[in-house]
Ligand binder design. Structure first.
Ligand code: SAH
Ligand code: SF4
Length: 412
């Protein structure tokens, strides 16, 4: 593939979706538990005996039909719609930028309104289409309070946690843009086969540490996996954490989705440097929490993510320790070639080293796929997300992309 072709992701300048409520202080009805929504409606005078029915009507329109305009709710009486419009919003965030990689990966930069105090914030969401499935990589925070030394997001200070609305809005917006909601002519209640969905899986692997934003992540994921919500199977939802041990226990008990652990090192001294939260929750505590994760089996394994850093964590000795450490845990090991970003001092391990490492792990009986970097031309790969003021200027980005493509020609 020529460099010029690879340098031409489709880039759409904003706003694609003009959000009329961008500066409105109206609260959103998206991302509320049934109980929270019922309380919000009661406060605005919806009679007690109607509330349950109204909540299920609203859930149906918001999550099954995917509407973002109260007037589309055709079985809700007009005066009720007017009341809802006066007090609430269900508008989508604004799309500041949409990029489509030449491998089909899409990245959206989304802007959320301040809703009262503060200023708008921007986050990135990535869609990765693959054979037989489509995965949406969702952000949980703007920036990150942790400072993993190989991660671009970690260089951006935490701006704030996202709300459950904002977490869920990333999924709703991706479904809009991919035409993944039933069409206007689909009869209410019609069955839409999951196999035909574009977003079949979600991973909490975007910006931020989801377990430092537990309540909002929990509410959003429970709506995403509710049969009357967005109906994703819990087996198709993966939460990735750098290792916030107490909340790993809570994730198992209260959310029940699949777990991924950003392991990256098998010795405490090294992990303290790469993933500094290790100083608070060292490997032993982390692996105890993994062993206790509910309903693990061969069909329900924990994914251990391991970024391949040249001459740092990529020796066969590391591979051996890794397999010893995970003994007794139903595990998959996901080797991630390091995705460089401007200013980093790390380099990705050589391909031959990654293969040797993978072979060793395979022989020890672990599935260890090497994650193919996706969307590199639009900086959408793992650990490359970073938004807002600190994003690279366009000229800087083009220079970086050219460097990436020159260094990875064999991948294309
Ligand atoms: N904060 C969470 C989820 C977001 S990061 C976590 O750390 O698990 C998603 C994955 O990308 C994590 O495994 C993270 O360690 C990895 N990652 C971060 N920067 C990377 C980079 N530059 N190259 C490859 N993987 C990276
Ligand atoms: Fe935060 Fe995860 Fe990046 Fe660490 S790897 S800085 S926890 S986003």
């Amino acid at each position: 593939m020529s460099v010029s072709a690879a340098l031409a992701p489709v880039e759409i300048k904003a706003p694609l979706v003009a959000n009329p409520d961008l500066f409105s202080a109206k609260p959103s009805l998206i991302g509320l538990t049934r109980e929270m929504m019922a309380n919000a409606l009661k406060e605005k005078g919806v009679p007690e005996k109607q509330v349950r029915m109204r909540v299920s009507q609203l859930w149906h329109w918001l999550y099954i039909r995917g509407v973002s305009d109260f007037d589309a709710m055709t079985n809700v009486a007009k005066d009720m719609r007017e009341m809802l419009k006066a007090h609430f919003t269900i508008a989508r965030p604004e799309i500041v930028e949409e990029q489509v990689s030449n491998d089909g990966t899409r990245k959206w930069l989304l802007r959320f309104p301040p809703r009262g105090a503060g200023r708008p914030v921007e986050v990135e969401t990535v869609y990765i289409p693959e054979e037989g499935r489509g995965t949406l990589c969702i952000s949980s925070q703007v920036g990150c309070s942790l400072t993993c030394s190989f991660c671009h997001t970690g260089t951006q200070k935490l701006v704030r946690n996202l709300t459950s609305e904002e977490i869920l809005a990333q999924l709703l917006l991706a479904r809009d843009r991919l035409g993944d909601f039933p069409g206007a002519d689909t009869p209410p209640g019609a069955f839409v086969p999951t196999g035909e969905r574009k977003v079949t899986n979600i991973v909490m692997m975007g910006m931020g540490e989801p377990l430092y934003n537990f309540e909002s992540v929990k509410t959003a994921l429970l709506i995403a996996t509710d049969g009357d919500g967005l109906s994703l199977s819990k087996r198709r939802v993966t939460l990735s954490t750098s290792g916030v041990v107490p909340e790993i226990y809570r994730t198992g008990e209260e959310i029940g989705v699949m777990l991924a652990i950003s392991l990256h090192a098998v010795r405490d001294e090294l992990r303290d440097m790469l993933v500094p939260i290790n100083k608070k929750y060292p490997l032993k505590d982390l692996l105890d929490a993994c062993r206790a994760y509910p309903s693990l089996s061969n069909a329900r394994r924990i994914t251990f993510e391991y970024v391949m850093l040249k001459d740092v964590n990529d020796s066969l000795e590391d591979a051996k320790l890794l397999t010893q450490l995970l003994k007794g845990i139903p595990a998959k090991i996901n080797l991630i070639p390091f995705n460089p970003w401007p200013g980093t001092n790390y380099q990705c391990s050589d391909w031959a080293t990654i293969e040797k490492f993978a072979d060793f792990i395979n022989q020890a009986g672990y599935a260890s796929p090497i994650r193919t970097p996706r969307g590199r031309d639009i900086l959408a790969a793992c650990g490359q997300l970073k938004s807002e003021s600190e994003r690279m200027r366009k000229t800087e980005r083009l220079a970086f992309e050219a460097m990436m493509i020159a260094g990875h020609g064999e991948d294309d």
